[in-house]
Design a protein around this ligand. Structure first.
Ligand code: 6PG
Length: 245
């Protein structure tokens, strides 16, 4: 799916402001999805940037998002136990899930307790296929970040996983700590109804500059450049990442 679409950058003074804007936009999506389809499926991202959004959701959106109708997934996860400080599940639990009433049955962590990353990826995909009947999952919202070198989820530059056209979830070896990870594949990311990319800080300026200079670029060098969902992607960036600070 490589139709060229303009990237929609929304620029904010800082991480707090971009997180509040993303929270507001996500509330609109969540209420609309719940109203139209009786549920809203969200895939969270890990790392540091989305923490602020999760804290805003927990503090200011308890009543403004229909948490009982939300399903929570992870677009990628490190192959560590859920209580490990590097776990994306642990980060989301501490900042968000312990504070909002998502039914436990609607929280779908990657089963990293299984014997191998491959098994965890296979099991996660089977769990997703029980929830999404179509050829590809149509997440209502997928959150993504990007590393300074352009990885997104756990899809790193020139990773074989970038060529995956059939599986929804794969085990990858990342050039990052910890190396063993489980990640959604590009077709899953690009079949989402909405994708929010959250970028903050000077270290993301290089990626933003390159994407703004080459809006049509879709390169294995920069996996995040391959994010072109069928529906809508909004880049929530702060001035430091956009090069305005
Ligand atoms: C992860 C994330 C990853 C993250 C980027 C940016 O598991 O680490 O899913 O893709 O979005 O590495 O991380 P920061 O927000 O910490 O810069």
């Amino acid at each position: 799916m490589d139709h060229a679409v303009e990237r929609e950058f929304r620029v904010f003074p800082d991480l707090a402001a971009l997180s509040r804007a993303a929270a507001e936009e996500s509330a609109r999506i969540a209420n609309e999805s719940a109203q139209q389809r009786g549920r809203c499926t969200i895939a969270l991202s890990g790392g540091h940037t989305p923490r602020e959004l999760y804290l805003v959701w927990a503090a200011e959106y308890r009543q403004r998002i229909p948490w009982q109708e939300i399903h929570i997934f992870w677009g990628d996860e490190r192959y560590v136990p859920p209580e490990d400080p590097r776990s994306n599940y642990r980060m989301a639990s501490e900042t968000l899930l312990e504070s909002v009433p998502v039914p436990p049955a609607n929280i779908h962590p990657v089963p990293t307790q299984l014997a191998s990353p491959k098994e965890a990826a296979r099991e996660y995909e089977m769990a997703m296929r029980r929830i999404f009947p179509g050829a590809w999952p149509d997440f209502d919202l997928i959150l993504l970040g990007t590393g300074p070198e352009g990885h997104t989820a756990s899809l790193f530059p020139h990773s074989p996983a970038l060529e995956e056209k059939a599986r929804w979830v794969v085990a990858v070896r990342a050039p990052a700590e910890p190396p063993q990870r489980i990640s959604f594949t590009l077709p899953v990311l690009n079949h989402a109804r909405n994708v929010f990319l959250l970028l903050a800080g000077k270290e993301k300026q290089g990626i933003v500059e390159r994407l703004r200079a080459n809006p049509e670029e879709q390169s294995l060098d920069i996996p995040v450049s391959l994010i072109r969902p069928a529906a809508r992607a909004i880049w929530f960036v702060d001035e430091a990442a956009y090069g305005q600070a």
